[in-house]
Design a protein around this ligand. Sequence first.
Ligand code: HEC
Ligand code: HEC
Length: 369
Amino acid sequence: MNKYIFAGCCLAASAALVAGCGDSGKSKPGASPSATASATGSAKAELPKFDRSKHLSVFAKLPEQFESKDNPITPEKVELGRMLYFEKRLSKNHDLSCNSCHDLAKYGVDNQPTSEGHKKQHGDRNSPTVYNAAGHLSQFWDGRAETVEAQASGPMMNPVEMAMAGPESIIETLTSMPEYVEAFKKAFPDAEDPVTLDNAAAAIGAFERKLVTPGRFDKFIAGDDKALTDDEKTGLAVFVEVGCTTCHNGSAVGGKLYQKLGLVEPWPSQKDLGRFNETKKDEDKMFFKVPSLRNIAKTGPYFHDGSVADLGKAVDMMAKHQLGKTLTAEEKKHLLAFLNALTGDLPKDYIAEPKLPESTDKTPKPDAS
Ligand code: HEC
Ligand code: HEC
């Protein structure tokens, strides 16, 4: 049964692999599965049939939390980290917290192409989601921070983000409120001087390590066949057969490697050269971290510059520029159904905004300059 489709799929998969491995010149749109299959007739025949043993092997369930040997997760650290995550007094004008750009109730993003920071300034890049981010190989679109802990102190002192003058003003703010000093002591009981920028970053990091959004896809991976609809399963098969999984795989459906944006066909915008900006190596030009596609239906607009609002358009561009393919309407419809099924459940209790300490006379005042 369906032998022809099966053979077509294997061909497609190997063609995709070639494209994904960087052999860009050789990937011809004519070799796509749709072109081969449509020769036999009906639109239905173009679609691969989902096969558990074949199409699930590159994925994994999300873990309950992303552990770190260097920063063990404790309830005390998490509690402090949650407070700091929502703390607007860690911004120069007391108007921005991590949650302003990475709204936990909105799947960890602000749904803006680029975010508004201090004095309504905008950076050049889109705010990625903080959910499941601790599991990525690195942080930022270009991977320039290794861990969520290494990332966490940056935004407070970034002039276009929270714009704090330096570590001293952060420490001054935190030590001005006795409840924070107490919370740092509890979270870092062995530290002589617990209120430090590194410890603030470690607490935020511990909090972020539990920002995980398992959903129907995890149930499906675990063996519950009814957790995805037939259309979503077909979409999953398309996702694999077309070659998306050469880059987007693992438990976060991405976040595991860097790849060239415009691998097969040059990307329309070459303004931001990605990892090259960090490493200054020619071979890193246009390389970006492959983003996670968990909750992708909720985290638009898309790409490092937030230039594309429509997920369908983002998918077409990926097929064209990363794989040298044009998706049929049916392939795209099913792919989108699958991508929508990657929306997980928000940990509502965990992300509830905590009560923050009252300011004292020692707390620095907001500064709009
Ligand atoms: C003004 C908006 C803004 C604020 C405030 C902000 N961020 Fe971000 N965040 C961004 C942008 C933009 C990026 C991507 C920058 C880049 O890749 O160069 C980012 C990237 C990240 C990432 C990397 C995620 C990934 O998938 O690579 C994490 C984690 C993160 N921010 C956490 C935080 C934390 C924690 C705070 C508070 C201490 C914070 N952010 C405050 C805008 C913001
Ligand atoms: C060769 C590697 C590669 C392949 C193959 C690939 N992608 Fe991507 N994908 C990337 C990279 C790298 C980015 C980050 C783009 C950027 O930095 O703007 C990305 C971004 C995306 C985004 C936007 C994510 C966001 O948060 O803004 C979507 C959606 C996406 N890919 C879906 C797909 C789909 C669907 C396929 C298959 C048709 C696919 N990708 C194939 C590497 C790949």
